[in-house]
Design a protein around this ligand. Sequence first.
Ligand SMILES: Cc1cc2nc3c(=O)[nH]c(=O)nc-3n(C[C@H](O)[C@H](O)[C@H](O)COP(=O)(O)O)c2cc1C
Ligand code: SF4
Length: 698
Amino acid sequence: MAQDPLLTPFTLKHLTLKNRLMMTSHEPAYPEDGMPKARYRAYHEERARAGIALTMTAGSASVAKDSPPVFNNILAYRDEVVPWLSELTDACHEHGTAVMIQLTHLGRRTRWDKADWLPAVSASHRREAAHRAFPKRVEDWDIARLIQDYADAAERMQAAGLDGIELQAYGHLMDQFWSPLTNTLDSPYGGSLENRLRFTMEVLSAIRARVGSEFIVGVRYTGDECLSGGLDASDGLEVSRLLRDSGQVDFLNVVRGHIDTDAGLTDVIPIQGMASAPHLDFAGQIREAMDFPTFHGAKIQDIATARHAIATGKVDMVGMTRAHMADPHIVRKLMAGQEETIRPCVGANYCLDRIYQGGSAYCIHNAATGRELEQPHDITPAEVTRKVVIIGAGPAGLEAARVAGERGHQVVVLEAADQPGGQIRLTAQSERRREMIGIIDWRISRCEALGVEMRYNVFAEAEDVLAEQPDVVIVATGGYPEEDMPQVGSELVVSSWDILSGHVTPGRNVLLFDDAGDHAALQAAEMIANSGARLEMMTPDRTFAPEIMAMNLVPYMRSLQRLAVTFTPTYRLGSVTRSEDGQLIAHIGSDYLDDAVAQGKGTGAYADQRLVDQVVVNYGARPMEDLYFELKPHSRNGGAVDYDALIAGLAQPVDGPSPEHTQRAAEGSFQLYRIGDAVATRNTHAAIHDALRLMKVV
Ligand SMILES: Cc1cc2nc3c(=O)[nH]c(=O)nc-3n(C[C@H](O)[C@H](O)[C@H](O)COP(=O)(O)O)c2cc1C
Ligand code: SF4
């Protein structure tokens, strides 16, 4: 049988990469004090152990103090980084994985009010929309010191034993010099393309002078800014040629687009609902024209697309970065002929959106990613087999079932609906979020392989559960839409879930009041506006959809703005009444103007009114908890969770606190837990995390 093109080695200079799969650089914001310590090492080592050929560590590791981290980046300007990176590199080398790092100066793509409070610096005074800092325009002495900073950082990376470095150009200081949109300098660093690349070439020469000709050095850059007045595709080819012909560069890592706005960034790194591998052909064109080692990755989530990228020679190394966050063991599974067991990246972009909000990267449906030190990617079998009954086949219930199945338990799942998925099935109904169903499909296929018994159309009562004689009961019943308006008129409104499920047809003139700020509101808004209705979307929050982070908001805004939806932040729906001619009157208040409305008393004078034919409300979800409270008196632990044990990854005490503290009979027969939205409305990741960390020790 012919060898899988993905599993053929690639020779880069003196380095043999053992297959064609890499993680492109991505800062998961795991550094501690700016250093890649144990958590960081464990994350990369897990993927190395599974066989990835090359891991491009960091993302935007900073070479200078006036490039302070925007998402907890590695501080490559500190000498203490060397031993930390050296440990990480050694750990990955043990498994035959090559390790490189991306170095950068962020230029204007950061802020001045961080770290040492130095001014941001760029090739013009123009600010970047995303980070908002007005930069200082570089002077000669800045250029001189920045070149040295890059060279110093490169030398540190070599000292740490890394196989090479990649300079991040796109959107950062380097291509702020390259792009006519961000370079207002005069010659010799402004003007012609050669002049605009001068800074980069001087950096490369300084680096080579330090690290020699053998050390691998590449550049990650945009081959087309896709911005009027910016670098276009022909400039991109010229840049590629200049880099290649400089003799200083060993590989090109091509992206396409611009990242100075949320919208631009989302086109460079597409999320769910957007096209798969949209820039692969473009990267292939550069590869063909340059005949030079070329890397690329952008929403290549599945093996077939990655294989196509290599088999057709479009790229030499294919990036599957978020795919490896979702499943670190892709290469191992591929080599074992177990492709179908790969946990799919569903493009939810929870990982990337979180880092821009100051969090660290977590995968929406792999709670072990980024928690390698405490949560397992491989579940170990239990010593004692138990009967586990799970109520609810949403993400929490199915993750609990999967993990319990992997532990070797006898598992029964009772689901009220005729198919699995819970809120995920609802959200996946809209085209934009269709990929979310992968979270369910993957778990169902794992559960099938593990012999988990799924029973649908069972609205479980306590006696149904007790009849199973379980050892462990997991209530994962999820939530239902909260419609209780604090004011009068709740019988006149419908919920966003009614719209999403298709139970209610959108009106013609609609007010959508969003008090939860989540996907359900925006999805309902899109459905309503797409039906041709006039729609006003109102929220009491300062900003729109606060639970939807930057990149996830982009496709919604593109669609809603085209559909001429009106947005009204900082106002609150007070109550709804019916007018004499049958229309609905929405009474609008504001937390700023009217305490009575804010407190839900409904007695105050309203700020305004809207005359509409439909009011849709989105108040989030309320836990479906009746079954849990019915089962509680029969359980041994009264549903109690020992949080210390949970956090420490230890088994839960069988009996829990004393009966008088937990409203239960002393003779309870099973352990009872509830997880996910059945406890409190949170999100998919929280639900899956609840399940994993509890069940891995049941
Ligand atoms: C959490 C996270 C952080 C990232 N940080 C960087 C970065 O610092 N520099 C960079 O060039 N790309 C960064 N990226 C982009 C990735 O390298 C990659 O281009 C992108 O994820 C698209 O590839 P994929 O679809 O295979 O994930 C980041 C991606 C993620 C998910
Ligand atoms: S959060 Fe979404 S995009 Fe990120 S790795 Fe997980 S599935 Fe992929």
